[in-house]
Design a protein. Sequence first.
Length: 89
Amino acid sequence: MADKKNSQAQHSFGFFQKALEGQLERMESWNQQVNKLQKQGFEQADQAMENAAALNRASMRYAQALTQDVWEIGIEAVRNAGDMFSPRD
């Protein structure tokens, strides 16, 4: 009788152990997938920040060039206005 119960206990333990091993394998697989997705997310975030920084630099260069053009146009307009109102010989 004791041998039969011992055998049943070993069988139950073996089944339980296999179930746990299967669950552990699934958890490891899920963990690998999560790590892969997390790494991809970080890489995409880094790329987005690099793109935003490049866009910001380009915008600043454009704004500086536009400001310079406006100043030059303004200076030229003042010169032309001065020529219009200056006494002529």
